[in-house]
Design a protein around this ligand. Structure first.
Ligand SMILES: Nc1nc2c(c(=O)[nH]1)N[C@H]1C(S)=C(S)[C@@H](COP(=O)(O)OP(=O)(O)OC[C@H]3O[C@@H](n4cnc5c(=O)[nH]c(N)nc54)[C@H](O)[C@@H]3O)O[C@H]1N2
Ligand SMILES: Nc1nc2c(c(=O)[nH]1)N[C@H]1C(S)=C(S)[C@@H](COP(=O)(O)OP(=O)(O)OC[C@H]3O[C@@H](n4cnc5c(=O)[nH]c(N)nc54)[C@H](O)[C@@H]3O)O[C@H]1N2
Ligand code: SF4
Ligand SMILES: [Mo]
Length: 730
């Protein structure tokens, strides 16, 4: 097969020819198919997995092939729209490089020699190894590292086997510090999708959070509609991001100094009497402790740390206060930045509390949820062994961290971890200090990868299980919490799985049965699994299947006289001063600490999202590589001139530890960036020959991240403390 975007567009055009199948999807969804002629066309509502936003989509199927996808207008996550990546669904489904058969590595980890296996052979091998590992080391020595909807089936398998050990890079390497920071302050995290009420905000403040490039679908729509309705916005970012270019104020902060700005704003709101006094008196505790602790953080001091003029610091504080409480200071998502990230996130949480924006229109809404019961009649999980906690040093590692699993795997301490299942996570590009990950993998007795593509991690695996893509499978039910509404969404196959790929509900059922655990997997198939759970919860399965989503109306999103908030903190209030942190030896109020800055000739290596790609997930997608096949190095234009580097030149990067990028990256000279940083998209520089379009295109931030800073409160690892110099060359 030789696909290109052109061929795709041709076939997509053919789809407009006709249709007979009619569902109860809204009429406008059917407009593509009005001149019905053919009988073998259908449309299947399901949801996207090209990122975790999981927007609802409708797959248009012609003669057994998906020819187009459109947004499902009923979906709250997408509202009828898909982002650039979501529209490239066919590039994921029909990628000729996909994993096609189970494979067993008969060579070494890192230097694989692949043998094509039958499903029975691969699963028998895994089950045999798992039994041996349990006997020798105990079930808890088997871990799951995951990202994505299907992971819940693998968690269930591990629980049934006897292990609760699982971790996601999307916690410790991403949003964990933010969730913990808000949890410590409000007794609640900020959700995913976040509980931002952007569309009704009168003032928005973002730290980083490059929305628009970070393509959180409905969230981007909300911020755009908030701005269209007149909201003012300040964006704090060393780079003029797309969203910063829409702001009233862009504050090009010196990286790693955000907490100085946040603390100065907190102090200003207090000392100028601009905070919401009634709200704070009623709902918060620890105000006096907070006030005393922030006295030192004057605007003059903050200017010296952040390089943002003190007049601007004061101006923005007053502007925010003027619009309060309809102000949303975004919590961010990728929050693992510099190592004191829980405290930075707590600073943002406190700022929102002073503005009275938690539970207020235009600030943070209280979400409406929905419950879907588990599959009925499952036996209780076996008793779990008492085992040493891997993250013992981090009292608020709410979820296990990936790095503690890595550490236990290579050192055997505090207890041995001998096997990993890796589901939908390309660990080579995801975790810092790649050599440590490789060392841990070399110490394992078993590494099984469940994936759709032959990514970097595959080459280190013993057994590879090819999952079919999201357009070919039933999957777990997805519940989203929104303002006054909850969404229950179904994933169902638009077409049959290609080659020998299989869905997770099937893999765990077969493997479970080989492990003697069949009673934990009683479902007949993926559809029955979903239907039974719906039935148990009084949810209309027929409607869900037909519409893709069911929306449930819910409770009040804002504080009113009749609806008072509950805070899940020990005091039952918003904790401005945290007694629980103090008891554990941490700062009860965030304290500013300086982070290292690059030496002369070095730049801080910053990275972020391409609007057209999701990490490495989409780097082989023929529709997206047509549009963007490599990443570029953003470099301040004046600096470029100084260094004799021209726009379009290819350069190497070398980091503080002397590690050089294996490949070269094309320079993009720009005014939109401070001169002490360089910036690139994450996800490129894949090292996997079987990824024919992605292999060694651009360079990888992860090759240069040889150092990370660990958050002492929850163990997250922050990767923005690496510095590089530019090496001109061939
Ligand atoms: N298209 C697309 N969208 C995605 C993803 C994707 O892969 N592709 N991934 C999703 C995921 S998992 C996540 S977590 C989110 C991540 O997206 P965000 O949560 O938006 O990530 P951030 O790190 O907040 O934002 C990156 C911005 O931070 C700026 N920055 C760097 N250092 C500093 C600093 O010290 N201070 C300040 N104030 N800014 C700084 C960078 O210049 C950059 O513009 O995106 C999600 N959305
Ligand atoms: N250097 C660096 N490291 C980072 C980041 C960064 O910006 N720079 N970002 C951090 C952030 S914010 C996050 S959230 C994490 C994310 O890191 P990961 O958890 O690794 O997530 P992804 O990169 O989305 O995982 C991609 C893998 O999922 C596979 N996959 C795609 N679809 C499916 C499917 O349907 N089924 C299965 N079984 N597999 C599938 C892909 O082929 C690929 O191997 O990385 C973190 N690590
Ligand atoms: S934001 Fe884009 S890639 Fe993510 S789920 Fe929605 S359509 Fe798919
Ligand atoms: Mo993330």
């Amino acid at each position: 097969m030789n696909f290109s975007r052109r061929t795709f567009l041709k076939s997509a055009g053919a789809a407009t020819a006709g249709i007979a199948a009619v569902t109860s999807m809204p009429k406008k969804m059917l407009s593509w198919a009005e001149d019905t002629a053919q009988k073998d066309m259908k449309q299947v509502p399901t949801f996207c997995e090209l990122c975790f936003w999981n927007c609802g989509l409708v797959a248009k199927v012609e003669n057994g092939k998906v020819v187009k996808v459109d947004g499902n207008p009923l979906s709250l996550r997408g509202r009828g729209r898909l982002c650039g990546r979501g529209n490239a669904a066919l590039g994921a489904l029909y990628d000729p490089d996909r994993l096609k058969y189970p494979m067993i590595n008969t060579g070494k980890r890192g230097e694989p020699v692949w043998k094509r296996a039958t499903w029975d052979e691969a699963l028998t091998l895994i089950a045999g190894k798992m039994k041996g590992i349990k006997e020798k080391y105990g079930a808890e020595s088997m871990a799951l590292i995951y990202h994505g909807t299907g992971a819940s089936f693998w968690k269930h398998l591990l629980h049934a086997y006897g292990s609760t050990l699982s971790a996601a890079p999307s916690f410790a390497q991403c949003r964990g510090p933010r969730d913990v920071g808000f949890y410590l302050t409000y007794g609640s995290d900020v959700g995913s999708p976040e509980y931002y009420d952007f569309s009704k905000s009168k003032y928005i403040v973002l730290f980083g959070s490059h929305l628009g490039e970070n393509a959180h679908n409905s969230q981007v729509q909300d911020i755009v509609s908030g701005l269209a309705d007149g909201a003012k916005m300040t964006v704090v970012d060393p780079r003029l991001s797309n969203i910063a270019s829409k702001a009233d104020h862009w504050l090009p902060i010196k990286p790693a100094t955000d907490l100085a700005l946040i603390l100065a704003w907190i102090r200003l709101l207090i000392e100028e009497g601009l905070y919401d006094k009634e709200y704070v008196a009623k709902y918060a505790t620890g105000f006096d402790g907070l006030r005393a602790a922030v006295q030192q953080y004057t605007p003059e001091w903050a200017e010296t740390e952040t390089t943002i003029p003190k007049e601007m610091i004061v101006k923005v504080a007053r502007e925010m206060a003027k619009q309060a409480p309809h102000v949303c200071v975004g919590a961010g998502r990728y929050a693992a930045w510099y190592g004191d990230d829980v405290q930075r996130s707590r600073g943002i949480a406190i700022l929102n509390a002073l503005l009275g924006s938690w539970g207020r229109k235009g600030g943070y809404f209280f979400p409406t949820g929905a419950k879907v019961p588990e599959y009925p009649g499952l036996p209780a999980y076996p008793e779990h062994e008492e085992v040493a906690k891997l993250d013992g040093a981090y009292p608020y590692a709410a979820l296990q961290t990936t790095t503690s699993i890595r550490q236990a795997s290579s050192s055997g301490k505090p207890r041995p971890v001998k096997a990993w299942f890796v589901y939908g996570s390309n660990l080579m590009k995801t975790m810092p200090e790649k050599q440590e990950t490789i060392k841990a993998i070399q110490s394992l007795d078993l590494l099984v990868t469940i994936d759709t593509m032959p990514m970097d991690i595959i080459n280190y695996s013993d057994v590879v299980l090819p999952e079919c893509t999201y357009l070919e499978r039933h999957d777990n039910i997805n519940v989203g919490k929104f303002n006054g509404e909850a969404e229950i969404a179904i994933r169902q196959p638009a077409v049959e799985p290609l080659w020998e790929s299989k869905p997770s509900w099937w893999m765990v059922k077969e493997l479970g049965s080989k492990l003697g655990l069949a009673e934990y997997f009683p479902w007949k198939n993926g559809e029955e699994y979903i239907a039974k759970r719906c039935e148990a919860g009084g949810i209309d399965y027929a409607q869900l299947k037909r519409d893709g989503v069911i929306i449930k109306k819910g409770g009040a999103p804002y504080i009113t006289a009749d609806s008072q908030p509950e805070f899940g903190t020990p005091s039952g209030k918003i904790e401005l001063y945290s007694e629980q942190l103090a008891e554990k030896g941490f700062d009860p109020v965030p304290k500013y600490t300086k982070h290292p800055q690059p030496a002369a000739g070095q730049f801080r290596l910053l990275f972020g999202r391409s609007p057209l790609h999701t990490f490495s997930r989409t780097t082989n997608n023929f529709m997206l590589t047509d549009l963007q096949k490599e990443n570029h190095l953003w470099l301040n234009a004046r600096k470029g001139k100084e260094l004799g580097v021209k726009d379009g030149d290819y350069v190497f990067l070398e980091n503080q530890d002397g590690v050089r990028s294996p490949g070269r990256i094309k320079v993009k000279l720009t005014q939109r960036l401070r001169d002490d940083v360089v910036y690139m998209y994450h996800g490129f520089g894949v090292h996997a020959k079987a990824m024919t379009r992605a292999d060694n295109r651009g360079i990888a931030d992860d090759d240069l991240i040889t150092k990370s800073a660990v958050d002492p409160i929850m163990g997250g690892t922050s990767m923005r403390g690496n510095f590089v110099k530019i090496v001109k060359g061939a």
